[in-house]
Ligand binder design. Structure first.
Ligand code: F6R
Length: 605
């Protein structure tokens, strides 16, 4: 989604800004722009790719500037709506992430003052009001503080001034990270973009503003009270990620799953006690043993991981667990039990819907534990405790390795919770063994992926694709469908296999592709019924099964994966579905890593 990158130093700002924008590209955007202070504020914006912007950029001097990638919310994808926005007198330029709720009212106020708005955006109001305050004789900081008092909504905001050699920033609900190296300062909505310049980073908190100049930076509250900066510790795994020998990040990340799962579980598995150690939970064994229920919250892929976590917790710990769509959570005034455990699951740690559910739970008196990939992200900091999933940077918009690690981390938690309750030692050991062996099994599967190309041929040109699974394979079916839909733009439907006959079966006609996930997990024979019902109506079955299994030849296209512990099968059965999505999108000529309309980090509700 929208991204911000700003720079002050001794280098050519436009070049550093473009480099920063390229690092933000993976988040998804539809236009971009930069403004550099060089006597005047020189602004350039373009719709489309960053390369479209660079094609119109002249050579220009100037060593301070701000830039933006926009993902349209208020106003269409046009050059006028792209950021930066500049005040009429050309003295103030802003870039903004977030949404202003009272922008209509503020736009009307500006129009009444005779100011001509040049975009349809909510963001534009910032630059005009700041300019009005400056004209009253206020300092830049005072002007910004006054404007922050009249706006309502969320912002990660950066302001550049024609007459002042500084960048002012403000945060409320939309992340901003400051980077400092010996003689340069950076500001970005994403630590990824700063990491190649410096590892010394500081996160702004909600309600804070910051001033960056050539001497350094200071963070304060709008009324001027200085606050201590909040250093951001990023692990080594958050190094700059590049494609290496892979054509796309998605393929690279699919192949990284063996290694990243190892990172997630290594050091946490306790084979001798058949359990797991998760220090970040900050919860005593006694408190764990009295939890009445567990709620898991996420969106998209994270929601599917939550659905698997729910099943693992119920199975191994025998306490009720329920997963929730984050965007629905607050809509229904949920009853919160402060003794229950709540998990917020998120790759980016910035998803606005998930963050808002976290705040609702905390407001009602309970703690929330994060299951997060991006270290130091907003949700991770809001929760203050939880489990990092250690996938490393995920650049492809379609999430792959984060899914396996979310499931990995939740299995560790379910195991730990189970062992503190009814799960016996030998089953605990069977699970730890299963988890330990999985990275190798993923590697084995990826070395011999089976007839993915045949599956792609069966899917290309289909009106729709049905994904079926039961038990832990039902969320895998949902995840497979989401992935294919996201990057191949083919309508996909995922259903628990038994529910298929209650409606979706109407879609099936001669040749309809149906992907069935059916590991040998105790519910497979029931899935078999659904396969026969589909076949009887002419469907082409793409079957994902375990090697050596009796149902191996039942599909029209049979993809076999190594056998694992039945409850851990999602960690491997999901991989063929990722490969099917990747190769289908590729064959259709789609932009695999940056599918249309999607954003990597969805920072609006
Ligand atoms: C799917 C995908 C999205 C995200 C969802 C939540 O490939 O990427 O569905 O899973 O937007 O994002 P996070 O995990 O960052 O909260």
């Amino acid at each position: 989604m929208c991204g911000i990158f700003g720079y002050i130093g001794d280098k050519n700002a436009s070049q550093v800004l473009v480099q920063g924008l390229l690092r933000l590209e993976y988040r998804g955007y539809d236009s971009s722009g930069i403004v550099v202070r060089n006597g005047s504020l020189q602004t350039f914006k373009e719709i489309g790719k960053i390369s479209d912007l660079t094609s119109i950029l002249p050579k220009m001097e100037g060593s301070i500037g701000i830039s933006h990638t926009r993902w349209a919310t208020h106003g269409g994808v046009t050059k006028e709506n792209a950021h930066p926005h500049t005040s009429e007198d050309g003295k103030v330029a802003i870039v903004h992430n977030g949404i202003l709720q009272n922008s209509n009212k503020l736009r009307k106020r500006l129009t009444r003052k005779g100011i001509k708005l040049s975009s349809e955006t909510d963001s534009e109001v910032f630059c005009h009001f700041i300019s009005i305050e400056l004209q009253k004789g206020k300092t830049p900081m005072e002007a910004l503080a006054s404007v922050l008092r009249i706006v309502r909504g969320t912002w990660g905001l950066c302001v550049l001034f024609k007459d002042y050699d500084m960048i002012l920033c403000a945060r409320n609900g939309s992340p901003l990270i400051i980077g400092r190296s010996s003689d340069e300062m950076f500001i970005s909505s994403d630590p990824h973009a700063i990491r190649e310049h410096t590892s010394e980073m500081f996160a702004l908190d909600d309600g804070q503003i910051a001033r960056l100049d050539r001497e350094g930076f200071e963070i304060m509250l709008p009324e001027g009270t200085p606050v201590e900066s909040n250093p951001l510790e990023l692990d080594e795994e958050w190094g700059v990620s590049d494609l290496g020998d892979y054509p796309h990040f998605m393929l690279k990340e699919i192949h990284e799953q063996s290694q990243s799962l190892k990172h997630c579980i290594t050091g946490r598995l306790r084979h001798s006690s058949g359990s797991a150690n998760l220090g970040g939970l900050e919860i005593t064994p006694q408190a764990l043993s009295t939890i009445p229920h567990v709620r898991l919250i996420g969106c998209g892929t994270a929601l599917h991981a939550a659905q698997i976590g729910q099943l693992l917790i119920e199975k191994w710990a025998r306490i009720p667990a329920v997963s929730h769509v984050a965007s629905e959570f607050n809509m229904n005034d949920p009853v919160i039990n402060s003794k229950a455990m709540h998990f917020a699951i998120s790759q980016s740690g910035e998803t606005a819907d998930t963050l808002s559910a976290v705040k609702e739970i905390q407001r009602k008196g309970a703690d929330v534990h994060g299951v997060i990939n991006v270290v130091g992200s907003t949700i991770a900091r809001q929760c203050g405790k939880g489990v990092y999933i250690h996938s490393g940077p995920e650049q492809s918009v379609a999430s792959t390795k984060a899914f396996t690690n979310m499931v990995g981390a939740l299995s560790l938690f379910a195991l730990k919770l189970g062992r503190g309750r009814s799960l016996n030692l030998s089953e605990g050991k069977r699970i730890t063994k299963g988890l330990k062996e999985l990275p190798k099994k993923i590697e084995t599967y990826l070395a011999d992926q089976g007839p993915i190309a045949e599956a792609v041929d069966a899917i290309i040109g289909a009106k729709n694709v049905l994904f079926l699974g039961r038990g832990v394979s039902s969320p895998v079916a949902s995840e497979g469908a989401l992935k294919l839909m996201e990057i191949a733009y083919i309508p996909c439907l995922a259903y628990p296999a038994g529910e298929m006959k209650h409606g979706p079966i109407a879609l099936i006609e001669e040749g309809s592709p149906v992907v069935v996930i059916a590991p040998n997990d105790g519910v497979q024979d029931r899935t078999l019924n659904a396969i026969h019902e589909c076949k009887a109506r002419g469907a082409r079955i793409i079957l994902i099964h375990e090697e050596g299994d009796s149902i191996a030849e039942i599909g029209d296209i049979n993809i076999s994966v190594p056998k694992t512990h039945p409850m851990l099968s999602p960690l491997i059965t999901v991989i063929p579905t990722q490969l099917i999505a990747y190769h289908t999108a590729l064959k259709l000529g789609n932009d695999v890593d940056r599918p249309r309309n999607l954003a990597k980090s969805v920072t609006v509700e």
